[in-house]
Write a protein that binds this ligand. Sequence first.
Ligand SMILES: [Zn+2]
Length: 259
Amino acid sequence: MNEPDFYREYYEKLHSVERKLTPKEESRIKNTIAFIPEDVESLLEVGCGDGRIVNRLKGKYEEICGLDISNKALDYVETPKVQGTLENLPFADNSFDIVICCEVLEHLPYSVYKKAVKEMERVSKKYILISVPNNENLEREMITCPECGCSSHLWRHLRSFNEERLRNLFKDFEIHKIKTHSSEQFMFAGTFFKIKRFLNINQRFPQTALCPQCGYSPEYEAKSAHLKKENKGINLLKKVLPLKKAGGWIIVLYKCSGS
Ligand SMILES: [Zn+2]
């Protein structure tokens, strides 16, 4: 499968199942919205998915738009919307006061990522607001395809971010405000996940996963019982082992150096 086709199919598949927000996601979204400056009148969210952010801003701005690669996801978006990719935004230069991009950059293959960053900068007049997972250990959620044996990240995360890497993300935009939130992780979690991976060679492929190499994807039924069991186990470990701060998210508001 070539790359653009893979991504279109992956996100259509991901959004074919309605996903409920976890309390962590809910908190991240509230914090992200709180970062939008007062003087914003026009807003674009790129990679808006099912509209979990942009729908909450409906009616608040003179101009608002959500863009996503997935038509299925856009079915849930209640604001004006456009189907498209981040590497080629269908807007003129400086079209929006703010461009928002949440939990998207970590998914982009290198060639798309480079273009997406430039495109966001091009269409933004004043601000860029992003959120990404904080210092994620990508190894932790690798899954192995039972068909072809190749490994990929459960959520297709391809890069890990920290404050340092975010500092020079854009050429003409500087960090204006930054907020890092760490979640609670049990001690020895890293070792635990390593051992788990080692023992469980055929790690199950969740329903929304799609092998980037052979296109394998499990049938609908296989998933939730497994995931519930795993969550129960992890919650138990969180109760019995000491906790430490790890992971979570980073929200960054960038401001155009010229404005
Ligand atoms: Zn495969």
